[in-house]
Design a binder for this molecule. Structure first.
Ligand code: A3P
Length: 297
């Protein structure tokens, strides 16, 4: 594997993110009606994107739902040399995009555009308990041809001792500290599992969208795990172009991008020893916060 990793402001990134794109993020011009969907990788990013874009669309949910997420919701961590129909648009493309713009990012709060941190635009942040995130990350590696393979043991080690700027325990407490910002909505994967419809309503209200009961039902129906698993616009493993380009390993291993969608899948993966180490680490790192996760189904 050619090493796809590089560092930017102490955080490690991998291709296709490019440092030239990252350099433009700080001064990115935010509009009042911009929406950023932000999440630590494997925490429900795509799920939140699907809800935000359908809520924003306001009608034709099934049609919008079928547009590939990568085309519908641009990434923020982009670069200018990247192109192709399935490629994330660049910052310059974003500058030329009509409003309202929906953007997805995995960046830490401190690396968001300055104007967003100052209150411009809106940020929907989705967090998930770290044990299920680690499991989902491991499975992502087993399905994505572009990532060097890692064993489950290596994944857990890496999750606990990777670069601090990339750590779950840096990213999530930092967003949590900003949960009361007027332009930030902090939601949890586990809560969405318990009450999807309630979260569709919460997100619609936060975005200032007045949806009828029927519209809320329809958005909800398009955002269930089953709907998103069966939809190649969200379950990109089933997209013919993306499937061929990145997910051949997943096909061999029988793993899809919209994989299992459970709370507590960690029980099937962690050994007792790994669990003790992980939970002790978690307790130590979270000692200063009041953020908790309901990680049992
Ligand atoms: P699992 O690997 O645990 O199944 P991201 O979009 O941030 O990469 O997150 C991917 C995770 O979200 C995967 O978790 C995926 O299955 C899950 N997911 C996607 N859509 C979902 C939905 N509608 N309901 C529940 N989980 C969903």
């Amino acid at each position: 594997y050619p090493s796809p990793w590089f560092y930017f402001q102490g955080a490690r990134f991998c291709s296709p993110v490019d440092p030239r794109g990252l350099e433009q993020v700080e001064s990115f011009e935010v509009r009042d009606d911009d929406v950023f969907v932000s999440a630590y990788p494997k925490s429900g990013t795509t799920w939140t994107q699907q809800i935000v874009s359908l809520v924003t669309a306001g009608s034709n949910f099934s049609e919008v739902s079928k547009i590939p997420v990568t085309n519908r919701v641009p990434w923020l961590e982009t670069e200018d040399v990247h192109s192709g129909p399935e490629a994330p648009p660049t910052i310059s493309l974003l500058n030329d995009s009509p409003s309202p713009r929906l953007m997805k990012t995995h960046l830490n709060y401190s690396m968001l555009p300055k104007q967003a941190r100052e209150g411009k635009g809106k940020i929907v942040y989705c967090a998930r308990n770290p044990k299920d995130v680690a499991v989902s990350l491991y499975n992502m590696v087993q399905m994505n041809d572009l990532l060097p393979p890692l064993s489950w043991e290596e994944t857990v080690e890496e999750f606990l001792s990777g670069p601090p700027m990339n750590s779950w325990w840096t990213a999530i407490p930092e967003y949590w500290r900003h949960k009361d910002n007027n332009n930030l909505l902090f939601i949890k994967y586990e809560d969405m599992k318990k009450d999807l419809r309630g979260h569709v309503m919460k997100i619609a209200e936060f975005l200032g969208r007045n949806l009828t009961e029927e519209q809320i039902d329809e958005v909800t129906a398009n955002c269930t795990f089953t709907a998103m698993k069966g939809n190649q616009a969200t379950n990109v493993s089933r997209d013919p172009v993306m499937g061929e380009k990145m997910f051949k390993r997943g096909k061999e291993n029988g793993i899809e991008f919209v994989r299992k969608g459970k709370v507590g899948d960690w029980r099937n993966w962690f050994s007792q020893e790994q669990l003790e180490k992980f939970e002790a680490f978690h307790r130590e790192k979270m000692a200063g916060t009041d953020l908790t996760f309901d990680d049992e189904e």
